[in-house]
Design a protein around this ligand. Structure first.
Ligand code: NI
Length: 184
């Protein structure tokens, strides 16, 4: 199958601020939807992203992909298998939040500290319409929250408690090195 690298929408594009449409179960068997999911995976890999949501590639549907494995840019990030979530819903399983660095392919060259729930329940469909339900912790929980936010018109900047930590990548590397900061 031929795959394609898709163009990534950047902050300011209205699609990033639009609530994406849920995907009808009958839509998932369509070749064009499956191809779009493959293209999202390809695009995420091309840009060394940890995750990508459909609105980031100009498709206003509730689909997100993520994976972390042996990413040369984040050698210390824990591995997360390739996951496709359709119509994800997230429930925090405790009030506990943790602040850590995030980046985003739609907000290029910046990093910031974002509070996220440390443990969440995820309910979604997989790419074939099968029901998924699992609990995500720590970094995995962070990635899921970041990607799901994209489906509801939010970016990580909206979740920051203050912009004091906001840094360009170069300054981040110089002054805050040691942290792993995937782009999602
Ligand atoms: Ni993002």
């Amino acid at each position: 199958m031929r795959m394609a690298i898709l163009k990534v929408a950047r902050l300011g594009h209205p699609i990033l601020r639009t609530v994406a449409a849920p995907v009808a179960a009958g839509e998932l068997h369509k070749p064009e939807v499956q191809r779009m999911i493959d293209d999202m995976i390809e695009t995420m890999a091309e840009y060394d992203g940890a995750g990508l949501a459909a609105p980031q590639v100009h498709v206003s549907k509730q689909i997100t992909v993520y994976a972390v494995n042996a990413n040369p840019r984040y050698p210390h990030a824990p591995a997360i298998p390739l996951t496709v979530l359709v119509n994800p819903r997230i429930t925090a399983l405790s009030d506990e939040q943790e602040e850590d660095w995030e980046g985003c392919l739609s907000v290029p060259d910046l990093r910031g500290k974002v509070p996220r729930y440390t443990r969440v329940r995820v309910e979604a469909l997989d790419r074939h319409g099968k029901k998924l339900e699992f609990v995500a912790d720590g970094f995995h929980a962070r990635v899921v929250q970041h990607e799901t936010d994209h489906l509801f018109g939010k970016v990580y900047l909206d979740r920051m408690r203050s912009f004091e930590s906001l840094s360009f990548v170069r300054e981040f590397l110089r002054y805050h090195a040691g942290a792993t900061v995937p782009e999602e």
